[in-house]
Design a protein around this ligand. Structure first.
Ligand SMILES: Cc1cc2nc3c(=O)[nH]c(=O)nc-3n(C[C@H](O)[C@H](O)[C@H](O)COP(=O)(O)O)c2cc1C
Length: 368
């Protein structure tokens, strides 16, 4: 399968514009997702072994999830489980529907196995996504794994009205997902990252948690915050100060970076001159460093979802042993193809038994 992807499918996809190839693949998975037989077939080919873990009160069949941005419109909700992911994070969703930035806005840096994007939260808006999710629920094809939603700020909403914007999306989507991620770290919405400032973030979280009353059968819906890899460790510590007062379930580390690797390759230099966030291999080490810092600062008491440059089981193990309870992939899927989650989960299971662990939780933070 890996050979088929690397030698045939990937070269064909890479001949197309990056966003076009992305849309065509996600739409095809969306089409398969509507059919139980096709979905079952995808699962037979690509499914993952069980590697269960309970994190912030939710049961994850395995710790490898789909990162935000891949399925912004909830197109293929059952498909991600069929591809072996233990959870998915849909969106970013904003309160107002928006087109995002002008195209082209997604670029591959192939020699470095990286992507630069400045999508700018193109999405159909919280109401349309809520309808889509209700449709999936009614279809009886809702996946057995946790489904999260990534919330962003609408571009037309001024920064001082951000709390209202996030809270409106949360209100309409709350009963349609298992957890939420407050994204204040995308580099592609003007000034968004200023919302990582403690006071501004506190206001957003207060507005969301005011709507997040405990459900009859249990607690509050878990709410996490996603941070940028470009924050200083001091700024990260400030965000951690909000965890207790605002009942945060965890931190997602990290979003894409505005930093660029050094290169003498003229073609790469041209791609790296594009504005936007960089993801993939060059982000791996920095995002792991942030996971490790967060784990140490919180004494392992706050669950971390580690994301950035995970292409194989070694990369996932690095994040987990640095302190991540769960991991996510985006760019790895672009370069490694649909077998990625299954390969990572199988590899993690092998590493666990080699280390003498019976649950993935035992590995978390062992190299922090
Ligand atoms: C095209 C693209 C779109 C993305 N959109 C979002 C988004 O809407 N919200 C978000 O929090 N992160 C978004 N991300 C960031 C990813 O979720 C992830 O944090 C980042 O790409 C690092 O992981 P990776 O190296 O595995 O890709 C996006 C990334 C890419 C490449």
């Amino acid at each position: 399968m890996g050979w088929l992807h690397k030698k045939i499918i990937r070269p064909l996809l890479f001949r197309q514009d990056s966003e076009r190839a992305h849309n065509s693949v996600v739409n095809k998975l969306g089409w398969a997702s509507r059919n139980a037989f096709l979905c079952g077939l995808v699962e037979k080919i690509y499914g993952s072994p069980e590697l269960p873990s309970k994190v912030f009160g939710l049961n994850f069949p395995n710790p490898v999830g789909l990162a935000a941005g891949m399925d912004k419109h909830a197109t293929a909700v059952p498909g991600w489980a069929a591809l072996g992911f233990g959870f998915c994070e849909l969106g970013g969703v904003t309160w107002h529907a928006q087109d995002g930035n002008p195209k082209p806005r997604m670029f591959r840096a192939i020699p470095d196995e990286a992507v630069i994007n400045r999508m700018g939260f193109n999405n159909s808006g919280a109401e349309a996504v809520a309808q889509k999710l209700s449709g999936w629920k009614k279809s009886g094809r809702w996946p057995a794994h946790p489904v999260g939603i990534n919330l962003g700020k609408s571009k037309i909403t001024p920064l001082d009205k951000a709390a209202e914007d996030y809270a409106s999306s949360f209100r309409i989507l709350r009963d349609l997902a298992d957890f939420f991620v407050v994204n204040v770290s995308s580099p592609n919405t003007p000034n968004l990252r200023q919302l990582q400032d403690k006071t501004a973030l506190d206001e957003i979280l207060a507005a969301i948690q005011a709507l997040n009353q405990p459900k009859k059968n249990g607690g509050r819906t878990p709410v996490l915050v996603k941070v940028a890899p470009d924050l200083s460790l001091w700024a990260l510590d400030e965000i951690l100060e909000l965890v207790k007062p605002r009942n945060l379930a965890g931190i997602v580390a990290t979003n894409t970076t505005i930093a660029r690797p050094q290169t003498n390759d003229a073609a790469l230099q041209k791609i790296y001159a594009e504005t936007g966030g960089l993801s993939g291999r060059p982000l791996r080490a920095r995002s792991t460093e942030i996971v490790r810092h967060l784990y140490k600062q919180t004494g392992g008491q706050v669950p971390i979802i580690g994301v950035g440059g995970i292409f194989n089981a070694e990369d996932a193990w690095e994040k987990i042993t640095a302190g991540a309870s769960l991991v996510q992939c985006y760019t790895g899927l672009v370069y490694e193809g649909p077998a990625l989650a299954g390969k990572v989960v199988t590899g993690l299971a092998g590493k666990m038994s080699a280390a003498g662990f019976s649950n993935i939780r035992q590995a978390v933070g062992t190299a922090a």
